[in-house]
Design a binder for this molecule. Structure first.
Ligand code: ZN
Ligand code: ZN
Length: 247
């Protein structure tokens, strides 16, 4: 695909992003909030004001621009970005592959001060957002798109369902039977199909073949089947590792 075609696409995306962004900044009066904070553990970006008001948004991290090296790094290529804050971001790469847009398929490439917003505009078009934001961090600018607003209650529920994990810092809580943790290849049954590309409404729950047999025999999750399963809490990144080991 010609360079020119990509530029055209990029410009179209920027033209879409700009009015959306104006509207976002205005309708939430974002500039009246003095502080911001983002929590990779639950994927929530918070704006705080000195008047005691808070705004909460679920976010996807698009990527970061380094002012040291003048390079853009997509979040799907960045191991320090937890999976849970880059749900769906690989769709951009797939779209790039389908259209031969090099900048969407390379994890890291050289750019300039406009690159971050241009890539964010593309993310907005492909994934949808209600607004976007960028924050400075050392020599980086990190770019986010916001997928939905959360109220205080929803925010606290997410916080409550956060689990601290030795290996992944913190993540959303998930439930597995004791056997899935202890033994590989134990079989894998889920309450609903998990997909790392989409954030689930409910917490993940899974159990092994043996637990499934007992559950079928008992006819439900009751004291006996629950005692056998001896459910453990893990983070949702551990959950997908356990799933891979046991299928
Ligand atoms: Zn089990
Ligand atoms: Zn973990």
């Amino acid at each position: 695909m010609k360079e020119q075609d990509f530029e055209e696409y990029e410009n179209k995306c920027l033209e879409e992003l700009m009015p959306l962004q104006d509207e976002f900044m205005k309708s939430y009066d974002i500039e009246s909030y003095e502080d911001w904070f983002y929590d990779h553990g639950i994927g929530v970006f918070q704006f705080k004001s000195h008047r005691g008001e808070n705004l909460y948004f679920k976010y996807i991290e698009v990527g970061s621009f380094s002012t040291n090296t003048n390079t853009w790094n997509w979040s799907w290529d960045n191991n320090s970005t937890p999976m849970r804050v880059r749900y769906g971001i690989e769709q951009i790469k797939e779209f790039g592959e389908a259209n031969q847009f090099d900048k969407l398929t390379k994890g890291l490439f050289e750019g300039d001060e406009y690159t971050g917003w241009a890539m964010t505009a593309i993310a907005n078009r492909l994934l949808g957002s209600i607004g976007s934001y960028r924050v400075p961090q050392d020599h980086l600018f990190i770019y986010f798109i916001f997928t939905k607003e959360l109220n205080q209650g929803e925010y606290h529920t997410l916080k409550k369902n956060l689990i601290l994990c030795d290996r992944h810092e913190s993540g959303r809580i998930a439930f597995v039977c004791q056997h899935l943790i202890q033994n590989p290849r134990s079989g894998f049954h889920e309450a609903f199909e998990s997909n790392p590309l989409f954030e689930p409404d409910d917490d993940y729950q899974a159990w092994c073949d043996e637990c499934e047999n007992i559950r079928m025999k008992e006819g439900e999750w009751n004291n006996a089947s629950m005692a056998f399963a001896n459910i453990k809490l893990v983070c949702n990144q551990c959950y997908f590792e356990i799933k891979a080991r046991n299928q």
